[in-house]
Design a protein around this ligand. Structure first.
Ligand SMILES: Cc1cc2nc3c(=O)[nH]c(=O)nc-3n(C[C@H](O)[C@H](O)[C@H](O)COP(=O)(O)O)c2cc1C
Length: 204
């Protein structure tokens, strides 16, 4: 079978993407709102891009029912130009999963996710203290891919500082394979860890 994406409903195309491009690593993105409220949300349309400059990219999509309303993460980055990408590990996959809930823009999403904030050094948004790897980023470019449902933006971040937990590292400062325990997304609620598949239940 083959198909032309523009001839199909966006939901079918979204389904093909999430069923075939996997497992996807998860960017757990922290931002600050205009009034200083802390925002945290997971994004699996996420990838490393280049090493010099060090860049990462992720894609906040427009919501199906309210495509005209931008996600808080995107709004905050457009306003401040800063964000932190925190790596999601097995131990905090549940907290990351639940930080996808749609909350009022003034809610403290660190508190709601049950994680603590650690100060960043070069950007204002805090890091997730429990995450062993965090990338402090400034927005390099935000690419607008359209304004209809199923569309969205690609946010390219230039990493200005990397945080690596000491316990991940060998004596040469390199990450020891197996110590990070990363997770990837393979379905709406299904994840893949180093020891296999697991499912997380939504509590809402
Ligand atoms: C594991 C996981 C991965 C997700 N990946 C994405 C993604 O890549 N793009 C997206 O737009 N939404 C994604 N979502 C949904 C957002 O996290 C969700 O819309 C969230 O409410 C956005 O929060 P914000 O409005 O505070 O930015 C994902 C949700 C989960 C649980």
């Amino acid at each position: 079978m083959n198909l032309v994406p523009s001839e199909r409903p966006w939901q079918d195309i979204y389904q093909i993407l999430i069923d075939t491009v996997l497992p996807r690593p998860i960017a757990w993105v922290s931002t600050l709102g205009l009034d200083g409220e802390r925002n945290l949300a997971p994004f699996s349309f996420f990838m490393p891009v280049t090493a010099r400059p060090m860049t990462l990219a992720f894609a906040p999509m427009r919501r199906g029912h309210t495509p005209e309303v931008k996600k808080d993460t995107l709004r905050n980055i457009e306003a401040s130009g800063e964000f932190v990408v925190n790596v999601v590990t097995r131990r905090h996959a549940d907290a990351a999963h639940h930080s996808a809930h749609r909350l009022p823009i003034d809610a403290d999403e660190f508190e709601r996710a049950g994680v603590s904030a650690a100060p960043s050094i070069d950007v204002a948004p805090p890091r997730v203290a429990e995450s062993p790897v965090s990338f402090e980023c400034v927005a390099h470019r935000i690419v607008d891919l359209g304004d209809e449902a199923g569309s969205g933006h690609l946010v390219i971040g230039r990493v200005v500082r990397v945080h690596l937990a000491d316990e991940l590292l060998d004596d040469r400062g390199r990450v020891v394979r197996g110590r990070l325990e990363p997770v990837g997304l393979v379905g709406a609620d299904d994840y893949l860890g180093l020891d296999g598949l697991f499912e997380l239940v939504r509590h809402d």
